[in-house]
Design a protein around this ligand. Structure first.
Ligand code: FES
Length: 296
């Protein structure tokens, strides 16, 4: 996926989240707030208030309790339409009560709560989108961690010769050295088929990372070994451990070689180095060491 496409997806996600935020904040509450009464309840309350006033009027005029009740009942039946006459009564004065903010719209607290939730949601959504695009999207070929083309086999072999026995492929963070044909019968009993493909073509691909604690292992031109500067581990030219604290030989990557001779290293696959004592080539140091080495 191109960088422009990734940016377009990220911008689109942010715009969608911004639109959601806008409509959430702009939305007025059109639902009845808590405590609001239904129309039936309001009608019933109104009828009850008329009853109360009729009862009080009767009581004030000196009528007996039973007469007041009868008058109230008569008023009630007239108010509900079951009586014979209709009596006009003054509407009751109802004390003013502040409107319920829940019922009339969005209060300040609601606004800030919704804004907080919306902004957090937008932030997390953007982070998730960026994470997906940046880290979870499948990577293509060409970078370390995937399949890395390192050139033609013939060119690499020339590079090994010109490099005094060692060829470094920086894009694959790997060393490539020559693997002797005469050692293949022994190698085939030790190394997996994924490595033998390249070894049968005369090369071995070694991770530059020391299996001891991860330092980059340099070549030693005089001994024709690899010799780690950190703690002195030593490996022969095909990465088999000879000395030092490393727990095994140098780790390896499988490589494929096409019919046209193009070499591609699978840096996403790491094959652990051979066990201590494996020495398929029998190569001894060919000169002075670059480090002290020694078994620890
Ligand atoms: S990191 Fe190489 S010997 Fe320790």
């Amino acid at each position: 996926m191109s960088t422009a496409a990734i940016i377009a997806i990220a911008v689109g996600a942010v715009l969608v989240l911004a639109a959601v935020s806008f409509f959430t904040l702009a939305r007025r509450s059109d639902v009845r707030g808590a405590g609001a009464l239904s129309s039936e309840t309001l009608d019933r309350d109104k009828a009850n208030r008329k009853d109360s006033r009729a009862f009080e009027a009767a009581a004030t005029s000196g009528a007996s309790r039973s007469a007041a009740l009868a008058e109230a009942e008569g008023t009630a039946s007239r108010g509900t339409g079951t009586g014979l006459a209709t009596v006009d009564t003054e509407p009751a004065l109802v004390p003013w009560v502040a409107p319920d903010p829940e019922a009339i719209g969005v209060s300040r607290r609601q606004f800030f709560n919704r804004a907080t939730v919306t902004l957090m949601t937008a932030g997390l959504g953007s982070f998730a989108a960026a994470s997906f695009v940046g880290f979870l999207w499948p990577t293509g070929t060409g970078g370390f961690g995937g399949s890395v083309p390192v050139g033609k086999l013939a060119t690499i072999k020339d590079g090994i010769e010109q490099g005094g026995g060692f060829f470094y492929a920086p894009e694959a963070r790997s060393w490539i050295t020559e693997y002797p044909t005469e050692a293949l019968p022994v190698a085939s009993t030790i190394y997996p088929a994924s490595l033998l493909t390249a070894m049968e073509q005369g090369i071995v691909v070694l991770s530059q990372k020391c299996p001891h604690l991860g330092c980059r292992v340099p070549e030693c031109p005089t001994s024709q070994w690899f010799e780690c500067q950190c703690h002195g581990s030593q490996y022969n030219r095909v990465g088999e451990k000879k000395a030092g604290p490393a727990p095994r030989g140098m780790d390896r990557h499988p490589a494929t070689i096409s019919a046209s001779g193009d070499v591609v290293i699978d840096t996403g696959t790491v094959v652990p180095g051979p066990a201590i004592g494996v020495n398929t080539t029998g190569q001894e140091a060919e000169g002075p060491h670059c480090t002290g080495g020694g078994d620890h």
